[in-house]
Unconditional design. Structure first.
Length: 280
């Protein structure tokens, strides 16, 4: 079945606008609402299918993962999926989405899939990171629609997705996160201050259309402190920050300032938390 992965444009629009124009829902904390809102929903909520449609719209042209591939890959995990869907209040349409799969050990996709690529068993992976019999959140997908990427709006959309994940995981008391990231996403996550450890010391590999993918582990309780330190380091004058900023001269200075601001917003929730809505 490919239900939810290939929605008609009019259904995506109707579902998104119905949520935006429905009864007010409490945000994480009061504040002036921005253009974008991140909505956290479970499988079965109408916006979950909007999230799936966004996944396909991004991953099919980028990696060749069409609705059939997405359904085959993520179908076994649908009932353990949370969706973080960013809606654009100005257009009434989605701007991005993230899927999180919750489970214990190999119940999540990253730990189930990684052994075939890294030469480590699921038992070796969970023991290497102290995850035995622990709840794990798999940051399974992150997708920002193309017309937002490369703009200041794209930064807001992706920041809302990352912050919503951190807020929801902390609220749920989850300590362990795993993720498969292609090299570009890995560099971006490292630059905002997330400490990402290779699963069981593994090396990069090809996965679902990406030639350079890394299976990674992170401790959710460390997110705020790590990003706070990264923001301070990026705002300083030295080179003691994580990751690498490409470019030279003023372009590098601008990129460094942008990265510092993103790290700060993600650590504090500044201008973000009032636009995160729990609808589960």
């Amino acid at each position: 079945m490919t239900v939810g992965y290939r929605l008609p444009a009019e259904q995506i629009a109707a579902t998104s606008r119905a949520f935006l124009t429905g009864p007010p829902r409490p945000a994480q904390r009061p504040g002036r609402p921005g253009r974008f809102v991140a909505v956290i929903v479970r499988d079965g909520h109408p916006l979950a299918d909007v999230g799936r449609a966004v996944e396909t719209a991004v991953f099919e042209p980028a990696f060749g993962n069409d609705a059939t591939v997405m359904s085959a890959e993520y179908g076994p995990y649908e009932n353990r999926s949370l969706f973080f869907v960013v809606l654009d209040r100005r257009t009434g349409l989605p701007a991005g989405a993230t899927r999180v799969i919750a489970g214990v050990g190999a119940e999540v996709k990253t730990i189930a899939d990684a052994p075939a690529h890294i030469g480590r068993s699921a038992d070796e992976i969970v023991d290497a990171h102290g995850m035995r019999d622990q709840t794990v959140w798999d940051f399974a997908t992150v997708a920002v629609l193309p017309h937002y990427r490369g703009t200041r709006y794209g930064l807001t959309v992706s920041s809302l997705l990352y912050r919503a994940f951190a807020v929801a995981a902390t609220h749920a008391g989850v300590e362990h996160a795993v993720v498969m990231l292609d090299v570009r996403a890995w560099r971006n996550m490292t630059l905002i201050g997330n400490r990402l450890y290779p699963l069981a010391g593994s090396a990069p590999f090809a996965y679902l259309g990406s030639a350079d993918t890394r299976a990674l582990y992170a401790r959710i309780p460390d997110f705020v402190a790590d990003m706070t330190r990264q923001a301070a380091a990026l705002r300083g004058f030295g080179t003691g920050y994580a990751g690498r900023i490409p470019g030279r001269g003023w372009r590098k200075l601008v990129a460094r300032r942008v990265a510092a601001n993103v790290s700060h917003r993600l650590a504090t929730g500044d201008t973000l938390d009032q636009n995160i809505v729990h609808a589960i």
